[in-house]
Ligand binder design. Structure first.
Ligand code: SF4
Ligand code: SF4
Length: 124
């Protein structure tokens, strides 16, 4: 089965443009929404995202909504811990498709890293 992990030099989820995430208000409280919007740069990318190295400049202090953790995903999205793996893989694929494209090298690297088989639609 496919196992979620965050691949290096991706950063697709750091493209925060709120026009591409219309459901933000459904899962972020007012305080977190304010933090989220304060991070959005003029180009739609997070102001803390290092575009050259494709990594987070404040990784250890990044907000809660940037963290792929069972307690965070349960609280924000109502995802049960046993569903986290598949949910996170789907989230990353959607985000990578939106930012880099569904046939991009980033998508290929992600799918290979997590062991996701395109033919079957899952890693099983
Ligand atoms: S989209 Fe997924 S793989 Fe890419 S940086 Fe975000 S968490 Fe990591
Ligand atoms: S704080 Fe870091 S992990 Fe969160 S969106 Fe910005 S660059 Fe990405």
């Amino acid at each position: 089965m496919a196992t979620w992990l965050c691949v290096k030099r991706c950063g697709a989820c750091c493209h925060l443009d709120p026009t591409e995430r219309p459901e933000l208000e459904d899962y972020l409280c007012a305080e977190e929404l304010e933090i989220y919007l304060s991070l959005v740069g003029a180009d739609g990318w997070c102001i803390h995202f290092d575009r050259e190295n494709r990594d987070c400049r404040i990784y250890s202090a990044r907000p809660r909504f940037c963290r792929v953790r069972a307690d965070v995903f349960q609280d924000l999205y109502g995802v049960e811990p046993e569903e986290l793996n598949d949910f996170a893989i789907d989230c990353c694929q959607q985000q990578i498709e939106g930012v880099y494209g569904d046939r991009s090298p980033e998508m290929e690297r992600f799918n290979a890293a997590v062991g996701w088989e395109e033919e079957s639609g899952s890693g099983e």
